[in-house]
Design a protein around this ligand. Structure first.
Ligand SMILES: NC(=O)c1ccc[n+]([C@@H]2O[C@H](COP(=O)([O-])OP(=O)(O)OC[C@H]3O[C@@H](n4cnc5c(N)ncnc54)[C@H](OP(=O)(O)O)[C@@H]3O)[C@@H](O)[C@H]2O)c1
Length: 345
């Protein structure tokens, strides 16, 4: 395969103020495609993961990872094929996972990539969703931070999203657990009900707060969105409840952050609220992957991908679409010449 001389990419042009990203946030760019040195490979990007955390990487604040610099290729995990190699680790055609970025080709040391053979019955794209960070986050969030026990009631916000869809189905599969799923559209309500989730509430619908109270008290809250919803749930936690602080997407893009008021409930309910980052569990990923693959094989874990086509042209759109709630399941950008799709569960 002959490689182009230039490598097209999308870089961070301007840090967004609080509020949604704008057309000025990113810009298209190109640089000469580097030749691989000893121990290096060239990877052609096929699929990129779009993550809510990307919005945090655009601002210069203290976090678990440094922000993307102005002028730097936008950071993104992804899957690609080795197209040229000067390393013994990989041959041409191998599928690899790594922080490939919003660019057409990645060139660098083979040692920072991971080989990703696709297990039987699964697809390449699953490395970015079910078997990727979303799956790991859901598994360790539910079991390690949420310490889910038989028969408990679990409430999950962002329940039709990438992490939420997996967390919801892990909880549904757990012995006698009751799930209260919170989503942002009627289509999502219907799709989750079809999965067997009896209580699915649309937080955008009038009367939501009342329906939420009627849904009953909560032992584990898997929080993907933060903000006002967190207060509503805190009002309903049971003694010794666990609040899994997975994400706060309602706050990443907002001009006016919401001040959570009901944290004193944690005292009277002797409850705990704990944040976590899935990457800290890397050594235990095989355990989580085996569990999730087994659940999927048994038909207890259905998943979907919101695939935005267009390669580099789709990246900023996909990020915004995810914030707008257009996705069910994992949002990814495809470089493989296909249109947008989000099959039903
Ligand atoms: N701790 C970790 O290690 C870790 C790892 C991965 C992700 N996360 C966090 O987990 C959360 C979910 O991430 P994801 O990748 O799975 O994204 P996702 O859930 O696939 O996509 C985001 C979803 O959030 C919902 N949303 C957007 N704005 C909202 C708002 N103002 N209020 C309520 N819901 C809103 C939308 O669904 P609706 O239609 O339902 O509104 C949207 O589909 C994020 O907060 C992310 O930062 C944490």
């Amino acid at each position: 395969m002959s490689l182009p001389t230039m490598n097209k990419c999308v870089v961070l042009a301007k840090r967004p103020e609080r509020g949604p990203i704008t057309p000025a946030t990113f810009k298209k760019d190109a640089a000469a495609l580097k030749k691989p040195g000893d121990g290096e490979v060239v990877v052609k990007v096929e699929l990129l993961s779009i993550d809510a955390a990307m919005r945090m990487w655009l601002v210069d604040t203290r976090s678990y990872i440094p922000p993307v610099k102005i002028g730097e290729v936008m950071r993104a995990a992804g899957l690609g094929r080795v197209v040229e190699t000067r390393s013994d680790r990989y041959k041409v055609g191998d599928l690899v996972h790594g922080v490939l970025g919003w660019q057409e080709y990645w060139v660098g040391p083979a040692r920072v990539l991971e080989p990703r053979p696709t297990p039987d019955g699964m697809e390449d794209i699953d490395h970015l969703g079910l078997l990727g960070v979303s799956g790991m986050t859901a598994y360790f969030g539910i079991f390690d931070i949420g310490r889910l026990k038989d028969g408990e009631t679990v409430c999950i916000s962002g329940a039709a999203g990438s992490v939420g869809l997996i967390a919801t189905q892990i909880a549904l599969a757990h012995k006698r657990c009751k799930v209260i799923a919170i989503v942002g559209s009627q289509d999502k309500v219907e799709q989750l009900k079809a999965l067997g989730c009896e209580i699915v509430l649309n937080y955008k619908q009038e009367g939501f707060a009342g329906r939420m109270r009627a849904a009953g008290s909560i032992d584990v809250y898997f929080d993907n969105v933060g903000g006002e919803l967190l207060d509503l749930v805190l009002a309903q936690i049971n003694p010794y409840a666990r609040v899994v602080m997975c994400g706060a997407i309602s706050q990443y893009n907002t001009a006016k952050p919401y001040g959570v008021r009901l944290t004193p409930q944690l005292i009277s309910m002797k409850a705990r609220m704990e944040g976590f980052i899935a990457f800290d569990y890397e050594k235990r990923y095989p355990e989580a992957r085996a569990y999730l693959a087994d659940l999927a094989r048994k038909g207890q874990l259905k998943y979907s991908y919101y695939v935005v086509g267009g390669g580099l042209d789709g990246c900023a759109k996909a990020l915004q679409d995810m914030f707008d709630g257009k996705n069910i399941g994992k949002t990814v950008v495809s470089f493989q010449d296909e249109g947008d799709r989000n099959p039903k569960l």
